[in-house]
Structure formats: structure tokens, C-alpha cells
Write a protein that binds this ligand. Structure first.
Ligand SMILES: [Zn+2]
Length: 241
């Protein structure tokens, strides 16, 4: 019976290695997902800012056109003031010129403010394009790393798969069935039994059961979690997780 338990312990170690591979791959893929999401977010931000830039530039262009048109009207009104036939006409034209000048001043001011706005949005875009480039580079690096690591893990996994096949040959068919059944439900299929306690589920084992287990006369499963129990002397370090 000892040889069965030893082979089961070896098998559990191999399967623990598989789980570690799976966990590593999952973590790597999770990081990739996060990076892709970051890249996507910054791309959206850039798109929004570019739309904003178009809008501010359009408004600035409009303010410039309006200022120019007001300039032409000022010229026309000034001409009218110069050819006025009487004081009333001249005063009216002069007042009009004053009003138009104020309006033109306001439009020029607005064009200047918008010009500054264009500069602000442009520098924000430049900053975010820089961030985007850095993130896209990081993503590319990470993609390469994950691809390499995945290939490595697949190669190692194939090798371990062969070792696993060798180990399972040493295990009785009915025991192996039990092992696989528990593993598929619980992730791990063996547990140390120390000081009368199953280390898999931390349940106390009945004294008679524990005594029989220590005699190692049969492969025994924890009555609670059904993991196959590996009897360990008290004080010995746990071998299985
Ligand atoms: Zn248990």
C-alpha cells in the first residue's frame, strides 16, 4: 500500500505543477487584458481630444472671419462719416464706427482666447500621444513575453504529461479513478493527515479511522472532503498543500 501512496503523492506533485502553470498563464493573460484596456482607453481619450481640437479651431476661424467682416464694415462706416452731408449723419456714422470697433475688439479677443485653447488641446494631445506610444510599446513587449512563456509552458507541460503517464501506471485503476474524481471536483485529490486531522479540509478524523490509516493497510479517503489521505507522523512538515 505504501507504494500506492508514494505514487499518489508524486502524481499530486505533478498536478500541482500543472495548476501552477495554469495560474501563471492566467495571470499573464490578465495582465495583457489590462494593458489592452489601458491602450483602448487612451485611444478613446485621444479621439475625443482630436474632436475637441477640430471644434475649437473651427470656432477660432469663425471669430477671425467675423473680426475681418467687422473691419470691412468699419471702413465703410468711416467712409460714410467722411462724406456726411450734415452733423447728424456724421455723428450717426461715427457712433456706428465706435460700436463696430468694440465688436471687432471683442471678436479679436475671442479669437486670441481660442488660439490659446487650441494650443492647450494640442499640448494635451501630444502628452497623451506620448503616453499612448509608451503603453503600446509595453503591450507589444508583454505580448511577446506571453507568447514566449506560453510556448515554454506548453513544451514543459508535454514533458510532464509523459512523466505523469508513467506515474499513473504504478497506481491501481480503482485508486486512480478515485483520485481523478476528487481532483475534478476539488482541484486537489490528496491531503496529509497529521495528528488526526485532514489537512485538506481541517476536519478531525475518527480515532479508529486514523489508527487504520496509520497502519497503511488500505488507500483511505477523508470522510469529509474525500481526498485520499497520506498519513504523516506528528511534527513532520506537510508535503501536500
Ligand atoms: Zn478532508
Amino acid at each position: 500500500m505504501r507504494d500506492q501512496l508514494e505514487a499518489l503523492q508524486e502524481l499530486a506533485k505533478i498536478d500541482r505543477g500543472f495548476r501552477q502553470f495554469d495560474a501563471e498563464l492566467e495571470e499573464l493573460r490578465g495582465r495583457l487584458e489590462e494593458l489592452r484596456a489601458d491602450v483602448g482607453r487612451i485611444r478613446e481619450l485621444l479621439d475625443r481630444e482630436k474632436g475637441q481640437l477640430d471644434e475649437v479651431e473651427r470656432m477660432r476661424g469663425q471669430a477671425v472671419v467675423e473680426a475681418d467682416e467687422l473691419g470691412e464694415r468699419i471702413t465703410r462706416s468711416t467712409g460714410r462719416a467722411n462724406v456726411a452731408r450734415n452733423t447728424r449723419e456724421r455723428d450717426a456714422a461715427t457712433r456706428e464706427v465706435e460700436v463696430l470697433r468694440k465688436e471687432r475688439e471683442e471678436r479679436s479677443q475671442r479669437a486670441g482666447d481660442l488660439e490659446k485653447g487650441v494650443g492647450d488641446v494640442r499640448s494635451s494631445i501630444a502628452r497623451h500621444e506620448d503616453d499612448f506610444k509608451k503603453l503600446a510599446d509595453a503591450l507589444e513587449q508583454e505580448e511577446k513575453h506571453v507568447a514566449t512563456r506560453t510556448t515554454e509552458i506548453e513544451a514543459q507541460r508535454a514533458e510532464i504529461e509523459r512523466a505523469r503517464a508513467e506515474v499513473t501506471k504504478k497506481i491501481r485503476a480503482d485508486v486512480l479513478r478515485k483520485y481523478e474524481g476528487v481532483r475534478s471536483r476539488r482541484g486537489t485529490a490528496v491531503a496529509d493527515a497529521v495528528d488526526g486531522v485532514c489537512r485538506g479540509c481541517h476536519v478531525s478524523l475518527p480515532p479508529q479511522f486514523y489508527a487504520k490509516l496509520n497502519a497503511a493497510s488500505d488507500v483511505m479517503q477523508c470522510p469529509s472532503c474525500l481526498r485520499i489521505l497520506l498519513p504523516r507522523p506528528a511534527g513532520a512538515g506537510a508535503v501536500t498543500p
